[in-house]
Design a protein around this ligand. Structure first.
Ligand code: FAD
Length: 373
């Protein structure tokens, strides 16, 4: 289908929405992006982009910018929380490939995508909050300002609390997983190498990796507990709570935790993958369709894949609704596998009993490991 002249409105200027804007514009669509925030900013923390996500960035013509903004990960290392030595080292340079497994600051990733969107002549309209989505003909957005905006196609890339997902699936019932995650960046004055390190402990794990030319370290610390925090990084916590929860960890993780000021704290919830990804000429992508626990580091990577496949199917199919069905059919089974793998990963890091821990560590060595948070 020729996308020339087709008016597409994307809700959400996150990684998924911006990537979709670029992929659709490259195929000739008339794209605009609506974002509720007053500026395009991101929580100050890192993400890992695996080669599948890097492939999309490369296809969008952003390989150079991505390489400049990111650090190539040389190895993923699993270690016990209170012992020297390593349980497993996965040397990524042995299989070095043009597409990098990389660490990038979320703000830098958003900046590079938003710059490319603006250079492509795509309008990003800020302070545009969608209240609800009507998948009729034409599909229409009702804004909190009272305005109504119609388009040939509406793409909900509006994250965890997506009005577009609600319009297609009704309300969903996420449940608390019994785990919370602290997130922080600290100065890298210990010279942490270009590796992702995971320290595994009973009921907890800590992940660290460098960012921004090695000047910072990104920390994610996960703890199992009964009480829960809100599902948002805007909730901050006292750094001493984090240090107390990990006080039995060895010197390296403790010296990093010693530098934390004002960490974010997030309750980790499990959401079902949306059963319906499209209705009429409205569709969803990224976290709006499939929020995932962070234990495979694939949420943003899946959003990038969604964006690319959506544009590809729209360009290929004879009509929008056929394309949306093909998009859901291609994406849903893969995303379900990734979400299930992330759900299953936490137990491998958090085992309590000695013999089971030892056996799990052997299993990890034999290939059961996936990219961690
Ligand atoms: P979002 O980034 O949530 O963007 C949605 C956008 O829509 C926002 O800009 C929002 O303001 C806007 N919006 C929302 N509602 C409205 C509305 N009503 N009207 C207008 N605009 C609206 N993923 C990885 O791939 N690698 C990692 O290493 C990784 N680490 C993670 C670590 C942790 C601890 C967590 C919790 C997540 C991690 N993720 C990681 C997941 C990743 O952050 C998300 O999956 C990804 O950011 C989702 O992108 P998105 O564009 O779909 O949604």
């Amino acid at each position: 289908m020729q996308l020339n002249g087709i008016k597409i409105v994307i809700v959400g200027a996150g990684i998924g929405g911006l990537a979709a804007a670029l992929a659709l514009k490259a195929r000739g669509a008339d794209v605009s992006v609506l974002e509720q925030a007053e500026a395009i900013t991101e929580v100050g923390a890192g993400i890992q982009v695996s080669p599948n996500g890097a492939a999309v960035l490369t296809a969008l013509g952003l390989q150079k910018e991505f390489e400049a903004a990111s650090i190539r990960c040389r190895a993923v290392v699993l270690a016990d929380y209170n012992r020297r030595g390593e349980v497993l080292r996965l040397d990524l340079m042995r299989h070095a490939h043009d597409l990098r497994f990389a660490f990038v600051h979320r703000a830098d990733m958003i900046d590079l995508l938003a710059d490319a969107v603006r250079q492509a002549g795509i309008n990003i309209r800020l302070l545009q909050k969608v209240d609800s989505v009507e998948p009729g003909s034409p599909p229409t957005l009702r804004m909190t300002s009272g305005a109504r905006i119609s388009a040939d196609l509406i793409v909900g890339a509006d994250g965890l609390h997506s009005p577009a997902r609600k319009a297609l699936n009704g309300s969903s019932n996420p449940f608390f997983t019994g785990q919370v995650a602290w997130r922080a960046t600290v100065p890298n004055d210990i010279g942490l190498a270009d590796e992702a390190r995971v320290f595994m402990a009973p009921g907890r794990h800590l992940v660290c990796y460098p960012l921004r030319n090695g000047s910072l370290v990104n920390l994610v610390a996960v703890q199992e507990r009964r009480d829960w925090a809100a599902e948002s990084w805007s909730h901050s916590d006292d750094a001493d709570n984090l240090r107390a929860a990990f006080s039995d960890f060895s010197d390296l993780p403790m010296s990093l935790l010693g530098r934390v000021v004002d960490p974010g704290l997030w309750g980790l919830f499990r959401h079902p993958v949306a059963s319906c990804w499209h209705k009429g000429r409205v569709t969803i992508l990224g976290d709006a369709a499939h929020p995932t626990l962070p234990f495979m580091a694939q949420g943003a990577n899946m959003a990038l894949e969604d964006a690319w496949v959506l544009a590809e199917e729209l360009a290929r199919a004879p009509g929008i609704e056929i394309a949306l069905e093909a998009y859901q059919n291609r994406r849903r089974p893969r995303v379900e596998r990734v979400v299930a793998a992330a759900n299953g990963n936490a137990w491998k890091y958090h085992l309590r009993s000695g013999p089971v821990r030892a056996a799990a560590h052997v299993a990890l060595r034999l290939g059961g490991m996936a990219a961690p948070v």
